[in-house]
Ligand binder design. Structure first.
Ligand code: ZN
Length: 222
């Protein structure tokens, strides 16, 4: 149900928002507001690559960012400013023992890898992208598209419960942060300039996920 929350005013608040991670394209006007019905649609897909973009370094500062403390009377948990509760809970020390320094910085401290540097921004391998922290399946390669922004981009998550969102006002303009619903790992942000059928672009750090290649049926394996 989390995806439906994108239909709320939180997403409406970022209408017109281009990628704030350095993939703004000169002359590119603000995107058309997405039809919420289309955004929530799960119809069969047609992947449409976005316009090319020039490589640009990450414009986002490293390290943790202050949590949003705005109170807008959000009725549901996914976009609530209150701290979110996740099934998988570990201490910072436990996460650090489990992850590489880069994975820890990005997933647990809400960092960002530089554009065009991650392992998966340009991969076309078929498979499932799992949370690097907890293994929760998050995205499938069938929903991956070439956004040109330098990060792996998907037009939808693997299922409606995979991702939770919350408003991110760490840097203007406000964005919608996406997190693993199981452990709260910071994945990236979702924007409304994606291709049909959802019109969404889940912009994900490669370091937040791990690609498990699709298994090929072995001949004569009976
Ligand atoms: Zn996770």
């Amino acid at each position: 149900m989390q995806i439906n929350l994108l239909r709320s005013h939180v997403l409406a608040g970022i209408l017109g928002l281009a990628c704030a991670w350095g993939c703004d394209r000169p002359g590119a006007g603000p995107p058309e507001p997405a039809d919420p019905a289309v955004a929530a649609s799960l119809e069969p897909v047609t992947v449409q690559p976005a316009a090319n973009a020039e490589p640009a370094p990450s414009a986002e500062p490293d390290g943790p960012r202050p949590a949003n403390t705005d109170t807008q009377g959000e009725p549901e948990m996914s976009t609530s400013p209150k701290p979110l509760k996740f099934p998988v809970q570990k201490s910072d020390a436990e996460w650090q023992a489990l992850l590489t320094p880069e994975e820890y910085r990005i997933t647990r401290l809400k960092g960002t890898e530089r554009a065009f540097t991650g392992a998966y921004w340009n991969t076309k391998l078929a498979g499932t992208y799992e949370c690097v922290c907890c293994g929760r399946k998050l995205f499938v390669s069938d929903a991956k598209f070439d956004s040109g922004c330098g990060w792996p981009s998907f037009f939808r998550a693997i299922d409606e419960d995979a991702i939770v969102t919350q408003e991110d006002r760490s840097i203007p303009p406000p964005r919608v942060e996406i997190m693993c619903s199981n452990c709260g790992a910071h994945l990236g942000h979702v924007f409304d300039d994606g291709p049909p059928p959802t019109g969404l672009r889940f912009c994900v750090n490669s370091a937040s996920v791990r690609l498990v290649p699709r298994e090929v049926a072995e001949p004569g394996s009976d």
